[in-house]
Design a protein around this ligand. Structure first.
Ligand code: HEM
Length: 188
């Protein structure tokens, strides 16, 4: 589970980042305001500070590290550091945790998939420009995105997952589309 944005955390009530839909019950019910004391207790032991939360990060045992991290969060929160927009500009691919960069309905023709076939250990992905790309099956990851920024139903998209272009994400609008779309066939 990717967590909520921590931009503007200082003085904010826990569990209230707008648009973050994955909060646990524990967080929704928590009555905590984030400041140096609450953040220190949370980061020292997330499990006991808010029991049954969904954060997989185990925290920081080192007091000095927590102190530095909290000072950083405070300074960027009070806009002495890079804004989240500036950080987003620096990212070239993929999506951000919740402020999404890519609208998957608005990609170019060479990101729009027209067919996928599977043969042996290889997928062949054909896009709207009629180019066909081959991927070793282990380098290809299937995802779904049912949000309003996700792909059009029935029209999966392909985006790079590595700089070398040998790894990609294929994103469908819904899980039921995945196996229905992929044909098991080998080139003649
Ligand atoms: C230094 C590293 C991290 C810090 C300082 C941090 C801090 C926080 C804070 C302050 C919250 C509460 C936010 C709020 O009230 O909206 C939170 C929630 C959360 N974080 Fe982290 N986090 C860290 C790393 C991670 C990592 C590595 C993950 C997972 C990959 C993660 C996943 C989550 C999740 C899922 C929540 C929501 C918990 C729930 O709803 O139960 N965090 N984190």
């Amino acid at each position: 589970m990717t967590g909520p944005s921590l931009a503007g955390i200082w003085g904010r009530k826990a569990g209230t980042v707008e648009g973050f839909t994955r909060y646990s019950k524990a967080f929704k019910q928590a009555d905590i305001i984030w400041n140096e004391h609450s953040l220190d207790a949370w980061l020292e032991n997330p499990k006991t500070f808010i029991p049954n939360n969904r954060m997989t990060f185990r925290g920081l045992q080192d007091k000095a590290q927590r102190h530095d991290l909290i000072a950083y969060l405070r300074s960027v929160s009070q806009e002495q550091g890079p804004s989240s927009d500036q950080q987003a500009e620096g990212m070239s691919e993929g999506m951000m945790s919740q402020g999404r960069m890519l609208n998957l309905k608005a990609l170019e023709a060479n990101n729009r998939i027209t067919s996928i076939s599977h043969c042996g250990d290889t997928y062949t992905v054909t896009v709207q420009t009629e180019e066909a790309y081959e991927f070793w099956e282990f380098n290809l990851r299937f995802k779904t995105d049912g949000s309003e920024d996700g792909p059009v139903a029935g029209h999966p998209v392909i985006i790079p997952a590595s700089m070398r272009g040998d790894r990609v994400f294929i994103i469908f609008a819904a899980p039921t589309e995945i196996s229905a779309f992929i044909k098991s066939e080998c080139p003649q």
